[in-house]
Write a protein that binds this ligand. Structure first.
Ligand code: SF4
Ligand code: SF4
Length: 290
């Protein structure tokens, strides 16, 4: 079963819950955790484990052949990322950090003056202990488009997923392209939120997104004893989903987080039990009604 732990808002405890849930489930089942928050991955730090680099992530960027180039500027015009700088009368050049490797410039060039070279845009790390494996993607600083690294980590992990009972995906915050890339292919999503107006606003964005992607989503309210839970309960009714757990603010959770240890708390056990029930439903019926 593939589960995305997501949330529109940053800082809601998404990674803390993804790591704690993985740690709990891995006591009895085989669990693969993917850290796809590639701009600032931190699941290894939260779990206090060491990772090893296994792979570079590379992408294509254009390589100009200035002997063939006639300085027409078409390559710059077709580049939607504004990664090619062209000044009339001069040869074009590329800003590597902005290039997403789409090859539109190469296809458009009337003189076949654009070849390909590779640039490193990120790295993949792994760590394995007992029934638990972490695969973590990290984007090279300065690169603009993180979806490329997210997709590379997903592709890398595909070969291993069949060996695991659970694949837990820790997505980035927000509803932008890297989050959509991370969500695609998941059986269910779990949206982490807080009972505040900002939490409500950002949760609604992720509820709309998962509805459009036809992914069944459930909700966990973190710091549930602080703020106004009614805000979240109203949204849950509107989108006809369930709150599967509430995690009250707890000093022991904060201490585990700051000590680099996985959180162990009754609410995490409750989430794990609910996930096991949902896993049975998914196995029995892959066609959820959204
Ligand atoms: S499209 Fe080709 S020929 Fe035109 S400026 Fe770009 S590289 Fe040169
Ligand atoms: S490969 Fe795509 S993004 Fe990169 S420079 Fe060419 S058109 Fe722009």
């Amino acid at each position: 079963m593939k589960i995305a732990i997501t949330g529109g808002k940053g800082g809601t405890g998404k990674s803390t819950i993804a790591t704690a849930l993985s740690h709990k489930l891995a006591k009895t089942k085989k669990v693969l955790l993917l850290d796809l928050d590639v701009d600032c991955p931190n699941d290894d730090l939260i779990l206090g484990i060491k990772t090893e680099k296994v792979k570079d992530v590379e992408s294509m960027i254009p390589k100009f052949d200035y002997k063939k180039c006639v300085k027409c500027g078409l390559c710059s015009k077709v580049c939607r990322e504004h990664a090619i700088v062209f000044v009339k009368g001069n040869f074009p050049f590329v800003i590597p950090e902005q290039c997403i490797g789409c090859k539109a410039c190469k296809i458009a060039c009337p003189r076949n003056a654009i070849g390909e070279r590779k640039q490193k845009i990120g790295e993949i790390f792994t760590s394995r202990e007992g029934k638990f494996t972490l695969i973590l993607g990290r984007m090279k600083p300065g690169i603009e488009e993180s979806s490329l690294v997210v997709n590379a980590v997903k592709k890398f992990s595909e070969q291993y997923e069949k060996n695991y009972d659970y694949v837990i995906i820790d997505t980035a915050a927000g509803t932008h392209c890297p989050v959509i890339s991370a969500l695609l292919g998941c059986d269910i999503a779990i949206g982490i939120t807080e009972p505040t107006p900002l939490g409500e606003h950002d949760l609604e964005l992720i509820l709309k997104l998962t509805k459009n992607l036809k992914i069944q989503i459930y909700v966990i309210i973190n710091k549930s004893n602080m703020g106004n839970k009614k805000l979240i309960e109203n949204l849950i009714k509107k989108y006809r989903t369930d709150i599967i757990a509430e995690i009250p603010y707890s000093k022991s959770i904060e201490m585990s987080y700051s000590d680099g240890k996985p959180v162990e708390h009754e609410s995490i056990n409750q989430i794990a039990r609910r996930i096991e029930q949902l896993n049975l439903s998914v196995c029995q019926n892959k066609n959820f009604k959204v």
